[in-house]
Design a protein around this ligand. Structure first.
Ligand code: S3P
Length: 177
């Protein structure tokens, strides 16, 4: 049985890598944000608006407990998922957790393109965004670093880079370290 959970900061490429890897392995892929949106029939920003971040985190934890029970799956979770409640311990207890680790500069580049859809980043200037990423990443890394595997990633902007990450994933997950 394979159960892989990808974690990491917003913009690290969790969804991109998860989707490709699931195709290669021929097993289903779940993106936790998408799962939340389809179960709640609401977009993430709307959930933040209606329930605040605290309310969103509760929903996120409950939905994590639903998807993480599935077998033979790859799951990508939200950037904040590992940092609330006992989510990181929970994920480690039943899955191969993988931290996709990118530098603040790489994350900044990626997130400049997709800032609007993410409630936590909305309304920030370019400079403010970089400062925010640096600070939040520092606060979150102690959680991310608890993953069973850590893979350094670059900007996932072409097929080759995605493939390099997937090859590294296969090496760590299936052939030992
Ligand atoms: C969040 C990351 C988002 C989403 C929400 C909060 C975070 O997911 O869950 O906007 O706290 O880092 P992605 O990492 O998939 O963007």
């Amino acid at each position: 049985m394979v159960r892989i959970i990808l974690i990491g900061y917003m913009g690290a490429g969790k969804t991109t890598v998860g989707k490709s890897f699931s195709k290669e392995l021929g097993i289903p892929f779940y993106d936790l944000d998408w799962y939340i949106e389809s179960r709640m029939r609401k977009k993430i920003p709307q959930i933040f608006d209606e329930r605040g971040e605290e309310g969103f985190r509760t929903v996120e934890r409950n939905m994590l407990h639903e998807v993480a029970e599935f077998e033979d799956v790859i799951i990508s979770c939200g950037g904040g998922t590992p940092c609330f409640f006992d989510n990181m311990d929970y994920m480690n207890s039943l899955a191969d957790t993988v931290y996709l680790k990118a530098s603040p500069e790489v994350l900044h580049k990626h997130l400049l393109m997709a800032r609007v859809e993410r409630p936590l980043l909305k309304g920030k200037s370019e400079d403010e965004l970089l400062t925010f990423i640096r600070e939040q990443l520092q606060a979150r890394e102690p959680f991310y670093n608890q993953a069973k595997h850590i893979i350094n990633v670059d900007l996932m902007d072409n097929f080759e880079k995605i493939q390099i990450t997937i090859d590294e994933l296969k090496k760590q997950l299936f052939h030992g370290k």
